[in-house]
Design a protein around this ligand. Structure first.
Ligand code: WT7
Length: 647
């Protein structure tokens, strides 16, 4: 197929912060002398005490250590709020659009200040201070951002847990970081349906004994909930007792800001730890340049704050830049499939950032639900979370953006804190499906299986050769796991877990995960987690989970399940297992297909050959590769014969 290229529109090259020439010059400077480059750009945030040492990082085997701006002090909430007050007190900081189109709210920077201070005081009165962890299990409402910023103001470390996770998942995340305080809401509201957040929290805390001392409950729907005397408090009642002033605590650049749990190829989700100064500099700078954010723009990222995209590009990046950021409670299809575009028109959104899976699902309904809206305010579109197929890219560009809006396909990860590979709209010619070129200061490399660095056009695994300020610093409480997971596969380099191709123009094309992580509708899932949920079921003896190509979700979850002796496969059991996984982990982990397998393909030493299971799930039977090490080749014939139908 001939490669399509979209030139930078002339007006974009002129009005954007950087055109191609400037991109090349800035990029070159950023990798030639990172100290000088970041020393300069670190000044974009306010420091109580300026830094003198810019970069002190090492990816060396067994000694990984990452510090940026290490002798500077600052506060993230101060930067996202107080610093803007002289000029922006009356400007809208957050536009909130409710699940119900009749509900919306504008929060100015002054109101943001007052609300965050109140929230901080409520937390402070419950003993929360510098270095304490607070778990936030909330719907998409402004109070969630207030809670995050309140933690930042006090120097407490927040851990936001996505509202779609089950009580068990919530409990293990609370336990891992030993939060004594949990913030939740009575219920969430999505697509007209209620999500029992407080009831889930109660169930989670029951599993934990009495480790959590305070639960702060925000009233969202007014639904009836159980309130545990002495432990639970209504936020609106506690907020009446406190003032709207609360000093921002002076934090060291390397003090932790937040933990976010994410799935890896093995075991329990890891607590990705981000710190204060470098994270904020990087989130703010990428937000400004990638989205070409100018004063007065209305910016909307459709992610949930339960994911890193929500942290960096709904809350911290935009607010650090004094932007107006839109926060949407609902879903793209409620009350109608035009909802995204209705919201764009209602709030005159200029920059719109969403996930490929959303585009693919909306694409199915045809063009009319889009074209019946105006979208005249849109200037720039973005995607994140998974590779975007060129068909979806073209549709997004032609139908949603009417051919006039560049698309920034932004590649990054929970671990990277901010965008690493991306077009800049005034600088980069676009190729549908390519995340294009590295952001300033980012040194991507492609390595082969042996770790040899490949030059020029090449395909292999994506590593990053040197640190950038937004990089995660450690796995919370387990620095060895951090080093083992990210810096041991290819010694002295950060391994992303992604496969990647670089073309003759130096453009990067992410091909997807090369480890046992799958990407379902932009949600990251460890196959090992789904497997351990399945084998926890009394009727299951063994399970192996792989991804397979799914038209809407990108990847679907395909589970091979071996039952205990005497158990019979049935449709009912299939449904029971799906419901079981939903209950154990949450709806995002529901298997799409379950194949009952009398046996799994194993090597003679008993190792499951996932490569074969992947090929079968992908319908690539002709290409199973080397099967000579199989203990029992007949197993594979049975698997092929009974494979489940797709999509
Ligand atoms: C994985 C990280 C970064 C915020 C959302 C996901 C995949 C992400 C892209 C993209 C191709 C992408 C990668 C990555 N991914 N963006 N633009 N093109 N793949 O964060 O949950 O930490 O997942 O998402 O596979 O490793 P995450």
């Amino acid at each position: 197929m001939e490669e399509k290229v979209y030139e930078v529109p002339a007006d974009w090259a002129k009005r954007a912060y950087v055109d191609d020439t400037k991109y090349r010059a800035m990029y070159e400077a950023s990798v030639r002398d990172p100290e000088a480059f970041w020393g300069e750009h670190g000044k974009r945030i306010h420091w109580f005490h300026p830094y003198h040492r810019v970069k002190n990082t090492s990816f060396a085997q067994g000694k990984v250590s990452i510090r940026w701006f290490e002798d500077g002090t600052t506060n993230v909430a101060y930067n996202c709020i107080d610093r803007h007050l002289p000029a922006r007190a009356k400007q809208t900081a957050i536009i909130w659009e409710g699940d119900d189109p009749a509900e919306s709210r504008h929060v100015t920077y002054q109101e943001l200040h007052d609300e965050v201070c109140r929230f901080a005081n409520v937390l402070r009165n419950r003993g929360v201070g510098k270095g304490d962890t607070v778990t936030i299990y909330m719907p998409m409402i402004p109070e969630t951002a207030f809670a995050m910023l309140a933690c930042a103001r006090l120097g407490a470390i927040h851990s936001v847990v996505f509202g779609g996770f089950s009580p068990d998942s919530l409990a293990s995340r609370i336990a891992d970081c030993r939060s004594k305080v949990v913030i939740t809401a009575d219920e969430g509201l999505r697509g007209g349906r209620k999500v029992p957040l407080k009831a889930n929290t109660d169930a989670a805390l029951e599993r934990l004994g009495n480790t959590v001392e305070h639960v702060v409950v925000v009233r969202r729907t007014g639904g009836a909930v159980n309130m545990e005397p002495g432990r639970d408090v209504w936020y609106h009642e506690a907020a009446k007792m406190v003032t709207s002033e609360c000093p921002a605590v002076e934090m060291n650049a390397e003090d932790p800001l937040f933990i976010l749990y994410t799935s890896g190829s093995t075991g329990q989700p890891k607590g990705v730890l981000h710190t204060t100064g470098g994270y904020l500099v990087y989130a703010a700078m990428t937000h400004q340049y990638v989205f070409d954010y100018h004063d007065g723009d209305i910016y909307w990222c459709t992610a949930d704050v339960g994911w890193v995209t929500g942290h960096s590009y709904i809350v911290y990046g935009p607010l650090a830049n004094g932007a107006t950021t839109l926060m949407f409670e609902g879903i793209p299809t409620y009350p109608s499939i035009s909802r995204f575009w209705d919201v764009v028109d209602k709030h005159k959104v200029n920059v719109f950032y969403t996930a490929p899976t959303a585009i693919r699902s909306l694409m199915q309904a045809g063009e009319e639900p889009v074209t019946r809206t105006s979208r005249a305010s849109l200037r720039l579109l973005g995607t994140v979370g998974e590779p975007i197929n060129p068909e979806a890219w073209e549709w997004y560009h032609r139908v949603v953006g009417e051919g006039r809006c560049p698309i920034v396909d932004t590649w990054w990860q929970t671990e990277t804190g901010g965008i690493l590979i991306t077009p800049l709209p005034g600088a980069t010619r676009l190729k549908p499906g390519s995340a294009t070129r590295p952001f300033f200061g980012v040194k991507p490399e492609i390595v082969d299986a042996e770790g040899k660095v490949l030059e020029g056009p090449a395909e292999g695994n994506l590593v990053i050769a040197d640190s950038w300020p937004g990089q995660m610093r450690t796995v919370y409480g387990d620095h060895k796991r951090f080093m083992d997971t990210y810096f041991s596969t290819y010694p002295d380099k950060y391994f992303t877990g992604d496969g990647c191709r670089r073309d003759a123009d130096g453009y990067y094309w992410i091909t997807g995960r090369v480890d046992d992580v799958i990407n379902v509708s932009g949600h990251r899932m460890g196959t090992a987690e789904v497997e351990s949920a399945l084998v926890a079921h009394p009727k299951v003896s063994e399970a192996a989970v792989v991804g397979y190509p799914h038209d809407i979700k990108g990847q679907g979850i395909y589970a091979y399940v071996t039952l205990m002796a005497g158990e019979q496969p049935s449709e009912d059991l299939r449904k029971e297992l799906v419901a079981w996984v939903r209950k154990e982990i949450g709806p995002i982990a529901s298997p799409d297909l379950i194949q009952f397998a009398p046996g799994l393909p194993k090597t003679r030493s008993g190792k499951i050959m996932r490569r074969i299971l992947r090929k079968i799930a992908e319908d690539e039977f002709g290409n199973l590769g080397d099967t000579s090490t199989l203990a029992d080749p007949a197993v594979v014939d049975d698997l092929i014969h009974n494979r489940q139908n797709k999509r």
